[in-house]
Write a protein that binds this ligand. Structure first.
Ligand SMILES: Cc1ncc(COP(=O)(O)O)c(C=O)c1O
Length: 467
């Protein structure tokens, strides 16, 4: 009997969610400039904006928080946190930070200089922004299949090793201070990276004497995909697989808000003693003393427990199984999604969903708005609004793909919530021809998706798909 969809927890405390009417949602959306970031969370029914920091903690995590120690220096909470991280990753130095992007900033500030190039399978938006902030160029080298949403590939998060070799040998010789592998690849559909690819990337890095770092936000989900899909790993535990993956790296950055099962926190690990000295100095200047790094002792304890819970097989089989359930349900209704379903999210191909809306009119944002009006669901556009750019002449340059991410908070929603999302997706799909694009009327100079405001472009056309 397959228990994957059977939630491996029961509910001890409930958090009510508020129902709204369609008319209320239409009003709220218009007032928010059609940007779901600008809607109050209590006006959302199912919040799939992000899986970051939105998970439910376990009884053991809450108990650990009560046992925590808030000493400024030398806290036992830090020791438990460090031991937990080291037992999983094996890295020599563990530096706590308040979240993932702080670890990114410290890593890039200490390893990169202007003119450097940092290859990755795909940089996440904050990783990219932090890299650019120190004058280095983030270079995405995903495999070709990652640009084809409908194409099935077991490890679509893999890095293109031929292009990596070419970059290190010819494009930017001696200008690459590190290579980063993002596991799983969030910007590329939450797709996993195979162990074979990690090893191949490491071998190339070694040849050119460049350190390999892992952006480890979803290391446990990636490990479970390796167990399910890569020959030779089915008999290994997710913990053994994670340990092997980290053994090929020289360090990692991590947002504990994902596979740390915590609401806040992150860390930077390294085996480089000299870099660690500089990193701790910067940490003290901007985050806090190295035994707390911008976190409370109770948060360190929650992460120490959460990292281990994220590697439990019951948890992972439900996590990956329920994401696949949502993806398969939406796809069965006809909705085009990135295949196969990722680990933490389902990505709808908004360009294929709304082919009559040009990328310069933000089909992902238009679809996000419709899903909210239909059912009170919040999602996240990962397309032209996030990755595209408007030049000085006001010309919009679209992103490679226009995806709409439905990210699944950990241990929060049940199968009946997923069924509701599937029904909502199917309802919007049926009236897709009536949906119109957006014109951007306000944007900030950086990370514009957080504050952008839109205006609908034209009157909706009559649907041919009313069934
Ligand atoms: C792959 C990846 N890297 C880095 C980050 C940044 O982490 P944080 O939000 O904790 O700063 C995220 C957050 O979503 C992510 O998905």
């Amino acid at each position: 009997m397959n228990l994957d969809l059977n939630e491996p927890f029961r509910i001890k405390m409930v958090e009510p969610i508020r129902r709204t009417t369609r008319a209320q949602r239409e009003k709220l959306l218009a007032a928010a400039g059609f940007n779901l970031f600008l809607i109050e969370a209590d006006d959302i029914l199912i919040d799939l904006l992000t899986d970051s920091g939105t998970g439910a903690m376990s009884t053991d995590q809450w108990a650990a928080m009560m046992h925590s120690d808030e000493s400024y220096a030398g806290s036992p909470s830090f020791r438990r946190f460090r031991d937990s991280v080291q037992a999983i990753t094996g890295f020599r130095h563990v530096i706590p930070t308040h979240q993932g992007r702080a670890a990114e900033r410290i890593l890039f500030t200490t390893l990169c200089k202007p003119g450097d190039v940092v290859p990755s399978n795909t940089h996440f938006d904050t990783t990219r922004a932090n890299c650019e902030h120190v004058g280095a160029e983030p270079l995405d080298l995903p495999i070709r299949e990652s640009f084809e949403p409908a194409c099935f590939h077991s490890f679509k998060g893999n890095m293109d090793t031929a292009r990596l070799e070419q970059t290190l040998a010819h494009v930017a010789p001696k200008r690459v201070p590190l290579v980063i592998l993002t596991v799983t690849n969030n910007s590329g559909g939450g797709q996993p990276v195979s162990m074979a690819n990690v090893k191949a990337v490491k071998a190339i890095c070694d040849r050119y004497h460049v350190p390999l770092y892992v952006d480890a936000c979803r290391f446990a989900e990636n490990s479970y995909f390796i167990k399910l899909r890569e020959p030779g790993y089915s008999g290994k535990t997710p913990r053994e697989i994670a340990r092997e993956m980290f053994s090929y790296a020289d360090g990692c950055i991590m947002s504990a808000k994902k596979d740390g099962l915590a609401n806040i926190g992150g860390f930077l690990c390294t085996n480089n003693d000299a870099a660690c000295e500089a990193q701790k100095e910067l940490l003290i200047l901007t985050e806090g003393y190295p035994t707390y790094g911008g976190l409370a002792g109770r948060e360190l304890d929650a992460i120490a427990v959460g990292l281990n819970e994220a590697l439990e097989e019951d948890y992972l089989s439900h996590r990956i199984g329920s994401t696949a359930y949502l993806g398969e349900g939406i796809a069965a209704a006809g909705v085009p999604i990135v295949q196969p379903p990722g680990g933490h999210a389902i990505y709808i191909d908004a360009r294929a969903f709304l082919p009559h809306i040009p990328p310069t009119q933000f089909p992902g944002s238009a679809l996000a708005a419709e899903l909210y009006v239909e059912a009170g669901i919040r999602s996240f556009e990962m397309g032209t609004l996030v990755f595209g750019k408007r030049d000085e002449q006001g010309v919009e340059h679209p992103a490679t793909m226009d995806l709409l991410r439905l990210a699944i908070p950990r241990r929060v929603y049940t199968q009946s919530h997923f069924d509701y999302v599937i029904r909502a997706g199917a309802a919007v799909w049926k009236r897709r021809d009536q949906i119109c694009g957006f014109e951007l009327v306000h944007q900030a100079p950086h990370l514009r998706h957080f504050t952008a405001r839109f205006r609908p472009v034209s009157v909706a056309r009559k649907s041919n798909h009313q069934t």
